[in-house]
Design a protein around this ligand. Structure first.
Ligand SMILES: NC(=O)c1ccc[n+]([C@@H]2O[C@H](COP(=O)([O-])OP(=O)(O)OC[C@H]3O[C@@H](n4cnc5c(N)ncnc54)[C@H](O)[C@@H]3O)[C@@H](O)[C@H]2O)c1
Length: 358
């Protein structure tokens, strides 16, 4: 097992990474102070890992209950969030109740938001079971739900007590979900660490095959990088925005096609290719680096051609993105692997990228 620490002063917490960690009581014990625990999971993950987690918690002598939510991004909303509050209030859960999020990013984001707001804040532990949630969403404290008018629009920054990333749980992940997680791994290498990017290129087949050693290394390096960015800029005042590389174009793809058509990681994969194209057009990145990025995204079985939504629609969608300021689109571009810049871009360059990407 490897442990990465997220250095946030009194809100610091460990990320434990390794095989078969869901069954290890001693990892959970230090982070559960009260007498009751509520596991929040969904209809897909509960039959896979619910029993293993409850068996691990049994020796701790806590009062353990489980809330099983419907599965899917479409359920990341107020109604489903209320099911968590219904269960907590119905069980008279007190301020020391610990919530455990057992599932992917949807469960993690919703459980974190429930923990941030139930009785004005109860502790929670993340047990991410998708690659995307292990390398990205479980780390950094962004929690929340979607609103019909926008994704992730209602939420809070709220840090967990611990993250327990069980690489063994990835064995049951559908291949498309695995690839979507690899997109965020590639993103992390591209923006922050050229040697990690080299490592991903060399190990992409092992990652595609879900080899545990390669996955553990990818999760460790991604968490180290995300943890250091978050420690420097917890509430996205500046630096943290680099984590959105590929997301400006990616969010437009997701919203333009209708959420759920492409997975988030698929849209980010293609979005990185588009951002690299724009980086080359504006003279920041050399074409050989762009070609390496495209080849790696392709090797991860992610899309590299954007859907034909029309340039005007793309621009509209990017303008309403949460990260745009007063309708002004900020692009996260690459200078080289490991170095980014955040900038506006002239319309003709953006249009040329959009035309070249479909
Ligand atoms: N908080 C953040 O910083 C942050 C960052 C990135 C993404 N997100 C959010 O994360 C969500 C996406 O997360 P995701 O990609 O994990 O999607 P997800 O939670 O929908 O999980 C994907 C699918 O895999 C299933 N699943 C989970 N674990 C499994 C396992 N071990 N075996 C088999 N199936 C399993 C899920 O039930 C679901 O059907 C989005 O809502 C996004 O907004 C949040």
């Amino acid at each position: 097992m490897i442990t990465v620490n997220v250095d946030l002063g009194e809100r610091a917490y460990p990320i434990h990474i390794g095989a078969d960690l869901i069954g290890k009581a001693d990892l959970f014990a230090p982070h559960i102070a009260g007498s009751s625990v509520t596991i929040v999971t969904n209809t897909t993950v509960e039959p896979l890992y619910g029993d293993a987690l409850r068996r691990a918690l049994a020796p701790l002598g806590k009062n353990v209950s489980t809330v099983v939510l419907p599965d899917g991004e479409a359920y990341k909303n107020w109604e489903t969030l209320n099911l968590i509050f219904d269960a907590l209030l119905g069980a008279r859960a007190d301020r020391k109740t610990t919530l455990i999020a057992l599932g992917g990013g949807v469960i993690g984001d919703m459980t974190g938001f429930a923990a941030a707001s139930y009785m004005r804040g109860v502790p929670f532990i993340q047990v991410p079971t998708t690659l995307l949630s292990q390398v990205d969403s479980s780390v950094g404290g962004k929690t929340g739900i979607n609103h019909p008018l926008g994704k992730n629009m209602i939420g809070a920054f709220y840090q967990p007590q611990a993250v327990i990333a069980d690489i063994g749980a990835l064995r049951t992940l559908p291949p498309r979900e695995l690839a979507a997680g690899i997109a965020e791994v590639i993103k992390t290498g591209a923006i922050a660490d050229a040697s990690f990017f080299d490592w991903i290129e060399a190990n992409i087949d092992a990652l595609n095959r879900c080899e545990p050693l390669a996955l553990a290394e990818a999760v460790k390096r991604s968490c180290e990088i995300k943890a250091s960015v978050v420690a420097a800029d917890e509430r996205e005042g500046g630096l943290r925005a680099i984590l959105n590389f590929g997301h400006t174009f990616g969010h437009a793809i997701e919203a333009g096609l209708g959420y759920g058509e492409w997975l988030h990681g698929e849209a980010v994969g293609c979005g990185m290719v588009m951002a690299a194209d724009l980086s080359v057009r504006l003279g920041h990145l050399d074409d050989a680096a762009r070609a390496r990025l495209v080849a790696l995204v392709k090797a991860a079985h992610l899309p590299t051609r954007a859907p034909a939504l029309g340039a005007a629609r793309y621009v509209d969608l990017m303008r309403v993105d949460k990260k745009a300021e007063a309708g002004e689109i900020k692009f996260i571009l690459l200078k080289r692997f490991g170095e980014t810049l955040i900038t506006r871009a002239p319309d003709d360059a953006v249009n040329a990228t959009l035309a070249a990407s479909v």
